[in-house]
Design a protein around this ligand. Structure first.
Ligand code: ME8
Length: 636
């Protein structure tokens, strides 16, 4: 069997965040799972590099569009291996073969009469890079970008999307799995109840230059969505070639709900016009949110996945993302939720099961897989539970219900932990007459561990490797074969395993969050990614010289000092500097402060601003100006 799985190609107007990482981890996990099932797998991701947003971002950064896209695309490409994401293809829409493919498709669809030239006026949203219909607006604004769209009248090329409306409705109805979960299929069908307008697929070069030139009219470049969607074909060598033959018929796309319309409506109709079969499946997930708000680059409330991996460990992040989100629904991110999962599910349930089982086998069975005797009822129950898990796991993984697949594994982990409590191997070990019973118990336990290692592997490759190593097994072969109960060979030597996951301290983490300091992880201090901001963003900061006129320790905190800072009015600032400075050290010093931060309450004290300091390894230095200035002087 063949599997072709793709993520969206991400815009390079911002660096990768947790939302991008989630989609890409989903695709990576699915591709690992399908490989485990013996499939030939092609996994593709990449970057979307044309369009107005990109020009704007490059201008803001003061570099050429090419320099800009090379840099940000590189950040995506480099982030994925850190998260153990291993795509087969990383495509960029500025690649020469992609440009050629888009132009060939435009020419073909134009030649057959599905593209025409017309004048159009409409409401254009720069953020969406498309014309919006009146119906889509909320309070006259784009609901995604909360901006007023601009009335634009211009001549453009249009794709006869409306011609394919009936065909599309019919295709969706006949293929219940075409768009999943069902809520999104229903959303698309309900949208298609209204007449489908033709799609404007060009942008005049007078307005947008950073795009793929139209092959039959050099006054226009290609609309970024018409360009971007075609990446799914370019990456497998369309229009000819072995890969295209092999993979197009099994194409599955993973996206979030923000880009449902282009994928569920533009793309299948484009494919139909090209004379191709539509993709096989569209898997649509919800949003990662911070509080009630979608995590998004435009809102700036993003979590960086690479930093998360450094803080919690890659496998813990992958597990958390797949376990906490029900595929299709929204989910909230908090560091506390990651810690809770890590401590309960990973360190406690899974980690303990492995370490105590292997320790007992070492201690009471000479560190070898024993020959089992006749099983008792309780042993058969564990074996049955393992087989039920295998069936549920495969069903849920095939269905993109990753959280349920993980729940099925954890149900077995919990059974195995209870099995230890019920069979009490340490008691059996006291009497040599129980030898065979003890061997049977260990065999069943180790066999359950093997199946757990096998099934967690697509989600947590590093952890699975450690487990396989401890069980002295090679991590290769196919699920249908390896997923059977009873394959473990007696006599095989097993190793003890150090704890698979450390327990994290939630209180410590909260303290760090309170004092607004990043996690004290060595690596995270090593290198910090710099997000480019515009001059306008910089201008928003009110930086001033402040003079510390009083200072005291904040009660019950080792880290916080309460400072009274003259700037020129007196204000209270709570600073996380108590590990480096006593109150006496800082009184009378002039420092640089951010004067227009929203007040926050830290350990019961309201802080009105922030003192800037430089961190150098473990040292902290306060910033200041050379010479004495009037408190409140602006830094510009
Ligand atoms: O739309 N939660 O690129 P994009 C979950 N270039 N997933 C999220 C997310 C969140 N808060 N935020 C972003 C584009 N994503 C186009 C795609 S494809 C031919 C062209 C993920 O950089 C999610 O996969 O805006 C979403 O669909 C995608 O990033 C949007 O990425």
């Amino acid at each position: 069997m063949n599997t072709y799985i793709t993520t969206p190609i991400f815009y390079v107007n911002a660096q990768p965040h947790l939302g991008h990482a989630y989609t890409t981890i989903v695709a990576d996990t699915y591709s690992r799972y399908k490989r485990l099932c013996g499939d030939n797998v092609r996994f593709q991701t990449g970057t979307d590099e044309h369009g107005e947003k990109i020009i704007q971002a490059a201008e803001d950064a003061g570099v050429s569009p090419k320099e800009y896209v090379d840099k940000i695309s590189g950040l995506f490409r480099e982030a994925w291996p850190v998260l153990t994401i291993e795509p087969d293809v990383f495509i960029r829409t500025t690649d020469a073969d992609h440009i050629q493919t888009v132009q060939a498709i435009l020419q073909k669809v134009y030649d057959q009469g599905d593209i025409y030239f017309d004048e159009y006026s409409g409401l254009y949203c720069k953020g969406c890079e498309r014309f919006l219909t009146e119906k889509e607006l909320v309070d006259d604004k784009c609901p995604d970008h909360l901006t007023l769209p601009k009335e634009i009248r211009e001549q453009n090329y249009f794709f006869r999307m409306g011609n394919y409306q009936e065909w599309l409705i019919d295709h969706i109805k006949k293929n219940p799995d075409f768009i999943t979960p069902e809520r999104y299929r229903n959303e698309v069908l309900s949208f298609l109840k209204e007449p489908l307008e033709d799609l404007c697929i060009s942008r005049p070069t007078s307005r947008v230059t950073w795009g793929i030139p139209f092959p039959f009219d050099d006054r226009f470049v290609t609309y970024v969505w018409f360009d971007a969607l075609i990446n799914y074909l370019t990456g497998i060598g369309y229009p000819d070639g072995e890969e295209f033959e092999k993979y197009w018929q099994v194409a599955e796309h993973v996206i979030a709900k923000d880009i449902l319309k282009p994928h569920a409506i533009y793309w299948p109709t484009m494919l139909k016009a090209m004379g191709l079969e539509p993709y096989r499946k569209l898997h649509v997930h919800g949003y990662w949110k911070i509080g009630e708000t979608k995590m998004s680059k435009s809102l700036g409330n993003v979590v960086r996945p690479v930093e998360m991996a450094e803080r919690f460990g890659v496998d813990a992040v992958r597990y958390f993302l797949l376990r906490d989100m029900s595929f299709g629904l929204d989910s909230g991110y908090t560091p506390e939720a990651v810690v809770a999962r890590q401590n309960a599910d990973l360190a406690n349930d899974l980690g303990n099961l492995f370490s105590r089982s292997l320790t007992m086998v070492k201690k009471f069975a000479g560190g070898k897989v024993p020959e089992p005797g006749d099983p008792q009822e309780i042993d058969n129950q564990l074996a049955d539970a393992a087989q039920e898990m295998m069936a549920a796991y495969q069903r849920e993984m095939n269905d993109f219900s990753f959280h349920k697949a993980l729940q099925a594994i954890w149900a077995l982990i919990s059974k195995a932990n209870k099995y230890i409590v019920s069979t009490e191997p340490w008691e059996l070990a006291k009497d040599p007459a129980n030898r065979q019973r003890l061997d049977t118990v260990f065999y069943h336990l180790l066999e359950a561990l093997r199946l757990i290692a096998l099934t967690v592997q697509p989600v947590m490759p590093h952890t699975a490797e450690k487990m396989f190593d401890a069980l002295n097994l090679k991590n290769d072969g196919d699920l249908a074969e390896l997923g059977q109960w009873g394959l473990l060979q007696p006599g095989l030597e097993v190793k003890r395993i150090k704890s698979l996951f450390p327990r994290l301290d939630l209180e410590e983490l909260k303290k760090q969050a309170d004092s607004q300091k990043p996690a004290t992880h060595k690596k995270s201090q090593k290198k910090e990614e710099t997000e480019l901001i515009s001059f306008d963003d910089f201008k928003k900061l009110d930086l001033r010289v402040g003079e510390i006129v009083a200072a005291e320790k904040v009660k019950k905190s080792d880290r916080l000092l309460k400072l009274t800072v003259k700037s020129p009015e007196e204000r209270i600032i709570v600073a996380g500097i108590a590990e480096h400075f006593t109150p006496e050290d800082v009184i009378g010093r002039q420092v640089i402060i951010v004067a227009n931060l929203k007040p926050v309450k830290l350990m019961g004290v309201v802080s009105h601003g922030m003192v800037l300091a430089a961190r150098d390894g473990d040292n902290l230095m306060l910033t200041g100006v050379s010479g004495s200035v009037t408190p409140g002087s602006k830094i510009s």
